[in-house]
Design a protein. Sequence first.
Length: 73
Amino acid sequence: MERTWLINARRKAGLTGVEVSTRLGISQGYYSLVEHGERKQKMDIPFLLALAQILGMSVEQITEEETKWKNSF
């Protein structure tokens, strides 16, 4: 199940998946797996902090969206 909240947040920030993955220091392929829900592990703190900064979101917003996503299945 896709993390539509993450895809929408990235698009709202005007970024591509490649741009986000580059800024996070991970491969585009891995980031694509994260967006498409194939990596269901918890986000670690450094990843979460970096993602919040890149997307212009607060850590709280991301954790709330991630919780909603996980509870949807």
